[in-house]
Every structure is written in structure tokens, then in C-alpha cells.
Design a protein. Structure first.
Length: 142
């Protein structure tokens, strides 16, 4: 009879440890997804600044639209294009034509929003050249 109690205690301890581990893995997954979004946004920002620097050096016109993806050549693999609202898919980049913002929809549903700014001026913001930059807005939670 005593062995049954010991076995039950071991099963309970392993279950509690498994739950703690699963919760920690969930938090780590969200952190990794956020880091991926920040890295992708930095890559987009760098390509936009390269286009601006090229124009400043050699002249020419900047793309007329508000979609940052029109400014760059290497789009994220999970960019699904322009949409009029939030798509059902998660883990994707898209451009919201109504709000004129670049959005990443996280797997948990919340949105990371970015706006292409043409008039940031000499605001001292990092990642802004000649007033042009990709600025992160407040996240939206659904």
C-alpha cells in the first residue's frame, strides 16, 4: 500500500514540473516570436534607409506609396500582401490599406504595427534618414 502512495506522489510531482516547464516554453515561444518580428522590422528598416541613402546620393524619386514593402526588394517570406482588414492567418506580415500600416499578426492574435514615416524630420529618432523611417506603433490586442 505504501508503494502506491509513493508512486502517486512521484506522478503528482512530475505532473507539476511538466506544467511549469510547458508554461515556461510558452513564454519562451512568445519571446522568440517577438525577437523575430523585431529582427524582420530591422531588416525592412535597413532596406528603406538604403533606398533613401541611394536617392540622397544619386538623386531620383522615392516610391510614392505608404506600403514599406514597395520600398524594398527582399520581402519577408510570410508577407501576404495588402489587405483591407486583419486576415484570419497568424504569424504573417500584411499591409492594412485602410489604416496604412504594416502589421505582423502574432500567433496569439495581437498585432505589431509599423508606419512608414516620411516626415519624421530631424526628430533624433534612430533609423530615420531625411525624415523617412519605419516607426513602430503601439501593439493592438484583440
Amino acid at each position: 500500500m505504501r508503494r502506491y502512495y509513493e508512486f502517486a506522489l512521484v506522478v503528482i510531482l512530475i505532473s507539476v514540473l511538466a506544467l511549469v516547464l510547458l508554461r515556461a516554453l510558452g513564454v519562451a515561444q512568445k519571446d522568440m516570436e517577438e525577437a523575430g518580428v523585431q529582427a524582420e522590422a530591422a531588416a525592412i528598416r535597413t532596406q528603406i534607409l538604403e533606398a533613401v541613402a541611394h536617392r540622397e546620393t544619386f538623386g531620383g524619386q522615392l516610391p510614392p506609396g505608404d506600403n514599406p514593402m514597395d520600398w524594398i526588394s527582399a520581402r519577408p517570406y510570410n508577407y501576404i500582401g495588402e489587405r483591407n482588414g486583419v486576415p484570419a492567418e497568424s504569424g504573417v506580415w500584411f499591409f492594412d490599406k485602410n489604416a496604412k500600416i504594416l502589421v505582423y499578426r502574432f500567433r496569439d492574435g495581437h498585432l505589431a504595427c509599423f508606419r512608414l514615416s516620411r516626415d519624421a524630420g530631424s526628430s533624433g529618432l534612430r533609423g530615420v534618414v531625411s525624415g523617412v523611417g519605419l516607426l513602430r506603433l503601439d501593439d493592438k490586442f484583440e
